[in-house]
Structure formats: structure tokens, C-alpha cells
Design a protein around this ligand. Structure first.
Ligand SMILES: Cc1ncc(COP(=O)(O)O)c(C=O)c1O
Length: 387
């Protein structure tokens, strides 16, 4: 098997994750539910996960990190809250390559016509200079991804934040594809209210865990409420802090697994990972570009990228190409729209989407060679019609 789907979920998980998940299942108690030994043991894992997440994202206060069941739920919560004060004229400004985790809640909160795309370059990079041409009078805020799950493109969130700050607009950033490999200091991004991410992608944790940093003093309306082990005598949820959002029994195995993944950053920070992965991406792009019949989507133009590459394979639908790669060489790539129809519309690959290669560090040069040879063979078949 050659795993090329890190943008969907990490495999293998980070060092220590599987053991931490299993060990958590043997803890006799639930976090925040009582004061006995098991509850305290569980609580200390939650505290560790929160503290490490704050540290990784550059947040000063661990209590501003909320643990969600996924980054999707964190985004839905934040976007629904942004739309609460909407009028018939309100708009929401979003990036041109957004995932459905942003687009769908935005459209539900307003309407398709009132969700507007930020100006961008041909490759989808938000054009910071062109932001000045926008009239932000009706905008409720800006939501933009930090890195694309289609092309890996990294958005200039500091510059977008500076424009937001000038116009008094809140900025929400979807960091699902960036956290862990794109160095980030949330406290230094102007106008940033919310930064969300998924625990199971480039952080290397288990699925079922999302993280959300909330700016100090920003307390959106939760999407669900209930018991959380604090202020239980009251009919209302807490006015602030993680307890406002973390109703329901926490996913302790997931939290323990994510805490283990976050420990690996102690001796291998995001900047080091990014430079290794950028080198890996470069070699893949060089090899792919040399194949006649392969077109890389959204490549070129300004901007840095994470190790996520989208392709068109001459003569093949992306799903067909992915199935053949799996069948012939055991390569696991994702094909289609990758839950990001906006990105494919922008890059001209809608509705068929792309074949996505998202390699990790474990893929050897030899295995890359096998994939490149198999893709070259596919292109020959596609071009000559011998399929
Ligand atoms: C850019 C982006 N945002 C949000 C999400 C949603 O993450 P999750 O499915 O883990 O909630 C994903 C997942 O693919 C993503 O790639």
C-alpha cells in the first residue's frame, strides 16, 4: 500500500497516538464528572491537550481552546453565530477555494447570493491588494481557509486580517489543512476571532476531534447545550470558557490520542515539518510535471503550498484514475471534488474534480517512482485510447 491521502486523514498516526487511545479506554472515569481518581486522571489529559493545542497555535491562554468533535462542528458554530445578526442586506466574505465546511454553513446562514468571494489571483490566492476595492459596509465578517485541501495553497491570513481590522470585521480561519505544518501565532493575526482545525490531519491525531481557538472575550452562541459538569445548578450554560461549548461527555480516547500527537511537536515543530514537506512536494511536482498528459491544477502563481497536489490525468476521469492506481499498485489517492466545489469552479475542474496526491514523509523515493511510473502508463493509455 502507498498512502497518498494525508489531506483526508493522517496515516500512520503520530508516534504514541494508538497507545494513548487504548490507554484512555482503561481510565475509570470521565473528565469533569466528579472528583474521584479516574475523573481527575481524565481531566488532566483534557487539560494537557488544551495546553498543548494553545501552545502549538500560539495562543496565550489554554482556556481559549475549545475541544470540538470535529473542525466541521467548530466552523458551523462560529459561522452560525456570525450570521445571527444578519439583515436582508448582510453579506459574508469567504475565500475562493473554501471547503463545504465553510460554504454550506455560510449559505445556510444567509443565502448563496449573499455569500461573496474575496478577490483572488488565478490560482485562488486571495489578492490582498485588491481587498481595497471591496465595499465592506454590509459584510458580517470574513471566513477563509488557511490552506487548501485541493491545491495546498496557503492564504495570506495576516494580510487579510489587517484589512479586516481596518474595517472592524471579524476574521474566522479554517486551519484544518494547516495546523501542525504551517507555523501560526493566532494572537498576532489582526482581527482573528476564531481559528479551527481538525485533530486527524496534519496534527497526526485520531479522528473525532477538532480544536477551536477563540479570541479573548469572544463567546459565540453554541449550537448544542447540555450537561458539562460545571455550574450544574443553573439552567443556563456558562457565559464563557470551554464549558460553554463542550456540553456532553468528552471523547477521552480522542483527546488522549491528540495530546500524544501534540507531544511530538516538542522536538519537531511545524516550521521544521513544513520545510521537509515543502521539499517532498517539490520533488513530486517535478516528477509529475515531467509526465506527458498530467496537468497539475492551480499550480504556479504566487503563494506557498502544503504537500497537497491536484491532477488531471489525460483521458481519465479522476475517480477512474484513482481506482486504477489502487488496483495496479495499491496507491490510495482521493478523487473528485474533495468537498470543495468552489475550489474546482475557481480552478476550472468542476464538476469532475481532480485526482489528489497528498504524500507524507513515510513515502520513500522508490514508492514515489512506482506511482510516477503508474501515472505515466495511465497517461499513455489515456492518450492512445488503449484502455
Ligand atoms: C479545508 C478543510 N476544512 C474543513 C474540513 C473539515 O474537517 P473535518 O471533516 O475533520 O471536520 C476539512 C476536511 O477535509 C478540510 O480539508
Amino acid at each position: 500500500m502507498i498512502y497518498l491521502d494525508h489531506a483526508a486523514t493522517a496515516f500512520p498516526r503520530a508516534r504514541g497516538v494508538a497507545g494513548a487511545v487504548a490507554t484512555a479506554l482503561d481510565i475509570a472515569g470521565s473528565a469533569g464528572r466528579g472528583a474521584h481518581g479516574g475523573a481527575r486522571q481524565a481531566g488532566s489529559l483534557v487539560d494537557e491537550c488544551r495546553a498543548r493545542a494553545a501552545d502549538l497555535l500560539g495562543g496565550d491562554d489554554p482556556r481559549r481552546v475549545v475541544i470540538f468533535p470535529s473542525s466541521t462542528l467548530a466552523l458551523s458554530t462560529a459561522i452560525a453565530d456570525l450570521c445571527l445578526g444578519a439583515s436582508a442586506q448582510s453579506t459574508l466574505l469567504i475565500g475562493p477555494l473554501e471547503h463545504n465546511a465553510v460554504w454550506r454553513p455560510a449559505v445556510r446562514g444567509l443565502s448563496e447570493e449573499r455569500v461573496l468571494l474575496l478577490p483572488s489571483h488565478t490560482n485562488g490566492l486571495v489578492d490582498s491588494a485588491a481587498l481595497e476595492t471591496l465595499d465592506p459596509a454590509q459584510a458580517l465578517g470574513v471566513v477563509v481557509q488557511h490552506a487548501s485541501n485541493v491545491s495546498g495553497l496557503i492564504q495570506p491570513i495576516e494580510e487579510i486580517g489587517a484589512w479586516c481590522s481596518k474595517h472592524g470585521l471579524p476574521l474566522l480561519v479554517d486551519g484544518a489543512q494547516a495546523a501542525g505544518i504551517v507555523p501560526t501565532v493566532v494572537e498576532r493575526i489582526p482581527a482573528l476571532r476564531v481559528y479551527t482545525t481538525a485533530g486527524h490531519k496534519f496534527l497526526g491525531g485520531p479522528p473525532g476531534i477538532g480544536l477551536c481557538w477563540l479570541a479573548p472575550g469572544y463567546e459565540p452562541e453554541p449550537l448544542w447545550i447540555g450537561g458539562n459538569g460545571v455550574d450544574s445548578e443553573l439552567s443556563r450554560i456558562p457565559a464563557g470558557g470551554p464549558g460553554r461549548f463542550e456540553s456532553g461527555t468528552p471523547n477521552l480516547p480522542g483527546i488522549a490520542g491528540l495530546a500524544a500527537a501534540l507531544r511530538t511537536f516538542d522536538d519537531d515543530p511545524p516550521a521544521a515539518r513544513f520545510s521537509r514537506l515543502a521539499a517532498i512536494r517539490k520533488v513530486w511536482v517535478e516528477d509529475l510535471s515531467a509526465i506527458e498528459g498530467i496537468e497539475i491544477c492551480g499550480e504556479g502563481g504566487p503563494g506557498l503550498r502544503t504537500p497537497v497536489i491536484s491532477l488531471q490525468v489525460a483521458g481519465f476521469d479522476p475517480n477512474e484514475a484513482a481506482a486504477l492506481l489502487d488496483e495496479r499498485i495499491g496507491a490510495r489517492c482521493r478523487a473528485g471534488l474533495h468537498c470543495a466545489p468552489l475550489a474546482h469552479r475557481h480552478l476550472g475542474t468542476f464538476p469532475e474534480g481532480s485526482l489528489r496526491i497528498a504524500p507524507g514523509e513515510e513515502v520513500s523515493d522508490e514508492k514515489r517512482g512506482v506511482v510516477i511510473a503508474a501515472l505515466a502508463e495511465l497517461c499513455r493509455e489515456g492518450v492512445t485510447g488503449r484502455r
